[in-house]
Write a protein that binds this ligand. Structure first.
Ligand SMILES: [Zn+2]
Length: 397
């Protein structure tokens, strides 16, 4: 019936050196950071500052452990080229010395900004982060080891705390590209799911669907690998039943824990396996229509599953049994069950179905098609031509 479940046993696997996960474990940040250095450049997300003194508490933990915190940047949107250049300039003004590290506390935006700043602090061949970005820059590489990075996510979504790239946007000219190096994986990841308790329902829904999309796309990616597949399976087993609870009852500790853990696994998976169609189009939706990343992924996921339904039928069938807990008479029925499950989950947590509902107009489709190609789409289980992508997007208007 189903084809065997194991991809080729020939692989490499990257992950953060040390992971600490636990409710309330943010208070251990000082001890963990002290293992890396004595001065921490802090990059935070805007919500972190507002969230009931969490940042003050984290900085106090650093001081108690003999690590001096220095706030260098605060970001409330997905980072742009100028944000990175500014953070790097601020960091260099302090004079970089032995014992320096970078601490990111925030959502994917803050972690991506911190990751880029940590890498460029020690790599100064270029004038701007742009010189290092894939596909648009001068092709410069991260040669020197970045400042060690501690990542503390405050959302449960991008998994950026466990990846080796930083996604940087530009609106003029329009692009959304990665700064990437194996050396950019954070040294220490500290996930305290309690930090996600105050997230509003819409952000919980969008970031949660980002994690779920990453787990699915990494699972079925044409570059899927054995360890990431195992991580994806566990991540989906936990996240699929937990997301509605996290959205509807943000105080639920089990739901927040499951989503935070699933997001972390999704980062480790995507860093090693790549993604697919939903993420390819999400980057374009971010650049041309300013749709937040998680929302863009969530809107695109059902269409991406349908586009890959034939080539990934057996994998989707496995996920159909996982999601529903049922046995099916045929792989076709189980695969269809999974796509229906995702459709219903999206609807339940208020994800729009149509691109027009997130501000996309017919005139933008050619730009979206053009900008969808590149990194993420390369991992899709099968080739998607421009004509097919145009058809998919037009049907979704
Ligand atoms: Zn994503």
């Amino acid at each position: 019936m189903l084809k065997p479940n194991l991809p080729q046993l020939d692989y490499e696997f990257f992950a953060p050196r040390r992971i600490r996960f636990g409710w309330g474990c943010r208070r251990e940040v000082g001890t963990l950071a002290a293992a890396l250095g004595t001065r921490a450049f802090v990059v935070s997300g805007s919500r972190t500052l507002a969230a009931g003194g969490a940042l003050d508490e984290i900085e106090q933990s650093l001081r108690d452990a003999g690590v001096t915190p220095l706030r260098i940047a605060n970001i409330s949107r997905e980072p742009e080229v100028a944000d990175v250049d500014e953070a790097v300039a601020t960091l260099r003004r302090h004079g970089i010395r032995a014992g320096d590290l970078v601490l990111a506390v925030g959502g994917g935006s803050a972690i991506d900004l911190a990751k880029a700043a940590a890498a460029l602090a020690t790599n100064s061949a270029g004038e701007s982060v742009r010189d290092y970005l894939e596909g648009v820059g001068r092709g410069l590489k991260i040669r020197n080891a970045p400042l060690p990075l501690v990542a503390m996510p405050t959302t449960a979504g991008t998994g950026s705390e466990a990846t080796k790239n930083s996604v940087i946007s530009s609106y003029d000219p329009p692009f959304k590209k990665s700064l990437r190096s194996d050396q950019m994986v954070p040294k220490i990841v500290l996930v305290d799911p309690e930090l996600t308790v105050g997230l509003p329902p819409a952000i919980t829904a969008h970031t949660g669907m980002d994690a779920i999309t990453q787990l699915i796309e990494s699972y079925i990616s044409r570059r899927s690998r054995p360890i990431p597949r195992a991580l994806c399976w566990q991540g989906l087993e936990l996240a699929l039943p937990a997301l509605v609870e996290a959205v509807e009852n943000g105080e639920s500790r089990p739901a927040r824990e499951k989503m935070a853990h699933a997001a972390l696994l999704s980062g480790m998976a995507l860093a090693n396996s790549g993604l697919g169609l939903a993420h390819g189009v999400a980057a374009a939706l971010g650049v041309h229509c300013r749709v937040p990343h998680g929302l863009a992924c969530a809107v695109m996921l059902p269409a991406a599953l349908r586009a890959n339904r034939e080539v990934c039928r057996d994998d989707l069938a496995r996920l159909g049994s996982l999601a529903s807990g049922l046995k099916f008479a045929s792989a076709n029925a189980a695969a269809d069950e999974f796509i229906d499950f995702i459709d219903e989950l999206s609807m339940r947590i208020g994800i729009p179905r149509r691109l027009s509902e997130i501000g996309v107009s017919a005139g933008q489709i050619p730009d979206l098609v053009r900008s969808s190609h590149g990194n993420s789409l390369d991992g899709n289980p099968r080739e998607i031509s421009d004509a097919e992508l145009e058809r998919i997007l037009k049907q979704m208007l």
